[in-house]
Structure formats: C-alpha cells, structure tokens
Design a protein around this ligand. Structure first.
Ligand code: ADP
Length: 398
C-alpha cells in the first residue's frame, strides 16, 4: 500500500519539479533574449553613431572625398565632393560611370589595378562653369594584401588656375604696352644716330616723339606700380571726414587749363556733403574720371560732377560728360586692366588703359561700389559710392 503512494507522490514531485524547472528555464531564456536584444540595439546605436560621426568628419573636410568598395561602387561621397561635381542625389551603391559619366575618372581608378596610388592628377570639368581639380587617388588593401577599395581626394584648383591665367595675361599685356613706346624710342634714336641729327628741324621732331614716348613709359610704370601696390593690399587708407565739394573744386581747378584748351566746361554741382575717405586717394579717383571725361568727351563738351546722399548712409558721386558715349558691350569691360574702347584714341590721348582699374580698386578699398552708364551720342556717367561722414571735416590742401 505504501509503494503506490510513494510512487504517486514521487511522480507528482517530479511533475512539479518539471513545471518549476520549465518555468525557470523560460524565464531565463526570456531574460537572455531581452539582454541580447538590448546588446544588439546598443551595438546598432553605436554603429549608427560612429557612421554619423564619420559622415560629419568627412563633410567637414574642404576637399572632396570619395570612397569606393572592392567592386568599384561608391560607399561614401562627402559634401565637398557633391558640391564640386554638382551631385544632388544619393549616389551610394553606384559605380563612378553610373554616377558621374566621367571616363577619365573611371580610367584613373582602373589604373590603380597596376599601381598603388596616383598623385596630383589634373582633371578639367567642362560645363556651365569650367572647373579644374587635382585628384589624389590610392588603392586600399586588406591586412592579407587583397584590394579592399579605393579612396579619391579632390582639390579645387579653379581659383589658382584663374589667377595663373590672369597673371600670364597681365604679363603679356604689360610687355606689349612697354614694347610699343620702347621700340619707337629705339627706332628714332637709331635714325638720329644714322644722320638725322644733322638736320635740326627733323632732329627736333624726332626728339619730341622720343620725349612723348618716354612720358608714356613713365605714366605706364607709375600706373603699374599703383596697381601692384593696391593689389598687394599694402595700401593703408588715411580715412577721415572730407568735404566732398572742396575736393571736387580742387580737382576741377587742377584740370582747368586742359579743359580750356579743348573748350570743355567743368561744373561742380556737389552739395554740402561729407564723405569718409582718404583725401589723396579720392583726388586720384576724381582726377582719373575727370581726365577721362575731358579726354574722351570731345571738344566743347560739359563735364559735371554731382553728389547725392542715398539711403543706407552712403553718398553717390557722379562724373558726367555729354560726349560720344560708350557702346553697351564695351561698357561692361571698361574697368578691366588694359581694356580700351578705341585703342588708337586712348594711346593718342596718352592713356595707359589702367585708369579705371585703379579707380575701381581705390573705391573698393574704401568699401564702395563703382559703375557706369552711357548712351551713344549722349554721353557717359561714372558713379561711385562712399560712406557719408559726420564730425570734423578735413579740407584738401590747395
Ligand atoms: P585710358 O588710360 O585708356 O584712358 P581707362 O582705364 O581710364 O584707360 O579707360 C578705359 C577706356 O574706357 C578708355 O580707353 C576709353 O576708351 C573708355 N572711356 C573712359 N572714360 C570714358 C568717357 N568718359 N567717355 C568715353 N569713353 C571713355
């Protein structure tokens, strides 16, 4: 009788143990699953954080950076890269050819099959605005020496290239400008030495031509030195509150004789206004503009200098003539160095082609703007702005 009871009791105990054990097992299993999920979530968050940090880092690099995987597909392209190539969509996962259609770049990546890196490769992108890029590319290898991907770094050379070509153009222009008067001087000196000096009348004429060309060279060199000084940023402006009308009066007085010789009328219409400027530089600006108006306005024209206070605390100064005017396509270029509407006329008037470029530099270094309007047959007006000033006024030295 005892055995069956004991057996039943043991069986019941075993079932209870089994139930308890299973419950405990399930609880442990659930706890570990939650723990694994938490760990996985943590890992995913860390990976995402690392990726974001990496992207922020890459995006903060000024150079364009492109990372390709072992199959040549784009893994990462930073913000600078997108700007350089005008990319507006996500190009990850595409090949270089699919994303950019640039054979030259695809060939460059291909060349890394046979060499580890390519440094200083120059790539020209034609399009709306031409761009020059310097590309440094390197193959990335695994620890076991297998190709794992490619990294390309793009450096924008456009500004440098433009500066280089502007410098070359400037040197060519300067050489050309210097060569003309120099070869004239040399030619006349040789003719004088060859015997022309024995004829006093001819000799005087030749010497006058030599003198004129030497003067041209002097003016050109002076203007070149001014331009170089202005462009180097070494010019220090001595700014003060200046009575605009007095400066204009002084400049017009300086040009009185030259204007009278061409029957040009000079008019000062500047009201009582004060500007913040360097007096000497302001005289130089007004001098160049009035000189041009007399030179190109033609005989019997009127040159009027005006001034108006405008909103925003600045003064707009104008130098107007009623001469032949400047054609619209030339008007856009008159502030360029060595640009002349009529080359022969400018040279005949002793122009260097640098006057307006100097005016533009001087006004910009004062923080102002300069521009011109013109109507063929009716005349030209040059405008510039300066800050209006208050306080004690400085008068020009007469
Ligand atoms: P330049 O030494 O030849 O006078 P500038 O830079 O002062 O050089 O002027 C550039 C060109 O702009 C001149 O060669 C001339 O053709 C044109 N120009 C300047 N001012 C006037 C004006 N008031 N009327 C007509 N043309 C002008």
């Amino acid at each position: 009788m005892l055995w069956p009871i004991l057996t039943a009791f043991s069986l019941a105990a075993l079932v209870c143990l089994q139930v308890w054990w299973r419950g405990r097992f399930l609880r442990i299993q659930r706890a570990s699953r939650t723990q694994i999920e938490a760990l996985q979530e943590e890992k995913r968050r860390t990976a995402l954080q690392m990726q974001t940090q990496q992207e922020v880092l890459f995006d903060s690099i000024v150079e364009g950076v492109l990372l390709l995987d072992e199959r040549g597909r784009i893994q990462l392209a930073n913000r600078a890269f997108a700007t350089l190539f005008g990319v507006t969509v996500d190009i990850r996962g595409r090949t270089l050819m699919e994303a950019l259609r640039l054979h030259e770049l695809a060939d460059l990546v291909k060349s890394l099959d046979s060499q580890k890196q390519v440094l200083g490769y120059e790539l020209k992108l034609s399009g709306l605005s031409e761009r020059w890029l310097q590309v440094n590319a390197a193959a990335i290898f695994n620890g076991d020496g297998r190709r794992h991907g490619t990294v390309l770094v793009f450096h924008d050379l456009t500004r440098l290239k433009k500066l280089e070509s502007a410098r070359q153009e400037f040197v060519a222009n300067v050489s050309h400008e210097l060569r003309t008067p120099l070869s004239l001087i040399k030619g006349y000196v040789e003719t004088l030495l060859d015997g022309a000096r024995d004829n006093p009348e001819v000799a005087t004429k030749f010497l006058q031509t030599i003198d004129r060309n030497a003067e041209r060279l002097k003016l050109l060199i002076e203007d070149l030195l001014t331009i170089s000084e202005l462009e180097s940023g070494r010019v220090k402006l001595n700014l003060s509150a200046v009575a605009l009308s007095s400066v204009v009066a002084k400049v017009l007085e300086d040009f009185k004789t030259r204007a009278a010789a061409k029957s040009v009328k000079l008019v000062n219409q500047v009201p009582d206004l004060a500007v913040r400027a360097d007096v000497d530089r302001l005289e130089q600006v007004l001098g160049n503009l009035v000189d041009n108006a007399i030179k190109y306005g033609g005989a019997n024209c009127t040159v009027t200098v005006g001034g108006n206070a405008r909103e925003g605390g600045h003064v707009e100064v104008s130098v107007q003539d009623n001469g032949p005017g400047i054609p619209p396509e030339a008007l856009k270029r008159v502030f360029e160095r060595f640009y002349r509407v009529d080359k022969a006329r400018s040279r005949e008037q002793g122009g260097t082609g640098l006057g307006l470029a100097i005016v533009k530099h001087l006004i910009q270094s004062h923080g102002g703007r300069v521009w011109a309007t013109s109507e063929l047959g009716r005349g030209t007006t040059f405008f510039f702005t300066l800050d209006q000033a208050t306080g004690n006024l400085q008068q020009p030295l007469l």
